[in-house]
Design a protein around this ligand. Structure first.
Ligand code: TYD
Length: 140
């Protein structure tokens, strides 16, 4: 997997004087069925979240409120995406190491996930993750 597969998806935005509305349909706006939703909130200044990769799980990450930075790493290349709009979703495929930091005050990070929570799907050790990406590259 490559960080170039991490794509910013412009979600539908219904503008209205009463406020904007954005919606997301699994298999329509994002290429998977949504099995789980979770969100990070009340994040203290200077805190860092993430720090892991997933073996199979895909995610769409949205700054529903406020802003934050997502650092993406495929074991070879890295890039950082700043999210700050409720209609921008960052698609993060499996086998991408991510770290999230620089949370603004009152930031809320909403995550749509393609699988239910399963600790066995995580790489939480960076060196182990990099070794796994190298083994996968050898086997193709
Ligand atoms: P973790 O995935 O490390 O959080 P983040 O990536 O957002 O920094 O999860 C933190 C804790 O919450 C960990 O003990 C696992 C638990 N957890 C669940 O029980 N269910 C979930 O859906 C998620 C995302 C985490």
């Amino acid at each position: 997997m490559s960080i170039h597969e991490c794509k910013l998806i412009k979600l539908p935005k219904i503008s209205d004087p009463r406020g904007n509305l954005t919606f997301i349909e699994g298999q329509n706006h994002i290429p998977f069925d949504i099995q789980r939703v979770y969100y990070l909130y009340d994040v203290p200044g200077g805190a860092e979240r993430g720090g892991h990769a997933h073996k199979a799980l895909q995610q769409l990450i949205i700054a529903i409120s406020g802003s934050f930075d997502i650092h993406l790493d495929d074991g070879k290349e890295r890039k950082t995406i700043h999210l700050n709009r409720g209609y921008d979703g960052l698609l993060v495929p499996n086998m991408i190491w991510r770290e999230i930091d620089n949370f603004s005050s009152a930031a809320v990070c909403l995550v749509m996930a393609s699988e239910r929570y399963d600790e066995a799907d995580y790489y939480r050790d960076y060196d182990e993750f990099v070794r796994a990406t190298q083994q996968k590259n050898l086997s193709v």
